[in-house]
Design a protein around this ligand. Structure first.
Ligand code: PHE
Length: 358
């Protein structure tokens, strides 16, 4: 006769074999019931822990301390073996349950059939709509629209724009490199491409996809769109830049929108500025405004006077000509204008999202 009473062993064995039966039955349960049953089994596992592992085993250990020294070793081993059996059972059951939970979580329960949207004609993507509207505004302001290229070389994306190979600003514009070149990080490459074949006076915009080494989150994407604009002629000055952007803002965001310029830095413009517009939602009246975060101002683009070094790189005499340039993220403009909270929404192809915009 050992230290563990038969009725205790029987009780445990019965409990476990009942539980094992329950687990086997899980195979045939529909989703909803399965969840409930899994929870039941989990509760029982907790019961084993508290009643048998903690309760009975510690009770036995207490008894062990009172037994004859000659029995201690044998009884001790018996208790340990029982404890191991319980722990083993708990481990096996937990593994099974976790597997079931995983299956439940990843079980295919969505409709793979094509959803027909009756009477809903196809329409333009919101990014296309925004690009078209921006093009119209700049066309009205006398800008030519020139197509761009996305696959670039380092020279046109960086060096010609006064960003040498070891310049720290390269980090900010890091991109995808491959044997044939790089993916452009901004539309500024088009300043160089266009100015290599055309001479001033010139006033043009170019828009399209750009790429950066960014992880996706609500405001970043490794692929996005930009609009670049520039104007070069004799005697172009900063006021021309301000005046042009003012007109753009009034036409696109509304006639009451104010603009604000703060100094900034871009290797390809000198001086450089960041332009903000007054919040067209709350005009700075709401502390909890989701668009301007209560500041009243929203940063929308980078700009500046084209750096004479850049002009020289494209064989334009900076003594004779000067120019301004600006660049903006099209997703950012669209998110602000249409209160779209997450950049990823543009690329997820949800028909419902795409149908929202006219
Ligand atoms: N290329 C800059 C960017 O991607 C924007 C910019 C364009 C700034 C033109 C100044 C002039 O951040």
């Amino acid at each position: 006769m050992g230290i563990i009473k038969d009725d205790v062993l029987n009780k445990y064995n019965n409990f476990i074999s009942e539980l094992k039966k329950e687990i086997e039955e899980l195979e045939h349960k529909p989703n909803q019931e399965l969840k409930e049953k899994i929870n039941n089994v989990k509760k029982k596992v907790e019961l084993i822990k508290s009643e048998f592992l903690k309760g009975i085993v510690s009770q036995l250990l207490r008894e062990l301390s009172k037994t004859e020294p000659s029995n201690k070793k044998e009884f001790g081993q018996e208790i340990n073996k029982f404890k191991e059996i319980i722990e083993n059972d708990i481990r096996k059951i937990t593994q099974k349950i976790e597997k079931k939970e995983r299956e439940l979580k990843y079980r295919f329960n969505f409709d793979l059939s094509i959803k027909f949207l009756p009477d809903t004609p196809g329409k333009l993507h919101i990014l296309t709509i925004v690009q078209k509207n921006l093009m119209n505004v700049f066309a009205e302001l006398g800008f030519e629209i020139i197509d761009g290229i996305e696959i670039e070389d380092e020279y046109h994306n960086f060096e010609a724009l006064n960003i040498p190979a070891d310049h720290p600003a390269r980090d900010m514009w890091d991109t995808f490199y491959f044997s044939g070149g790089i993916l452009r990080t901004h539309t500024s490459n088009m300043q160089i491409r266009i100015l290599k074949t055309r001479k001033p006076p010139i006033k043009a915009i170019s828009l399209g996809k750009c790429y950066r080494r960014d992880n996706m989150d609500a405001t970043h994407s490794f692929q996005f769109h930009q609009l670049e604009g520039f104007s070069i002629d004799e005697k172009i000055n900063f006021l021309d830049l301000v005046r042009t952007l003012y007109k753009f803002v009034h036409k696109y965001f509304g006639p009451n929108t104010k603009v604000n310029f703060v100094p900034s830095y871009f290797p390809f413009t000198e001086p450089s500025a960041e332009m903000s517009i007054s919040c067209f939602y709350c005009s700075g009246q709401k502390n909890d405004c989701s668009v301007c975060k209560g500041s009243g101002w929203i940063e929308i683009l980078g700009c500046g006077m084209i750096n004479p070094i850049v002009l020289k790189n494209v064989d334009i005499d900076p003594e004779k000509f000067s120019g301004f340039a600006f660049g903006m993220g099209i997703e950012r403009i669209a998110m602000l204008k249409y209160k779209i909270p997450d950049i990823r929404m543009f690329y997820q192809n949800y028909v419902e999202f795409n149908q929202l915009w006219r």
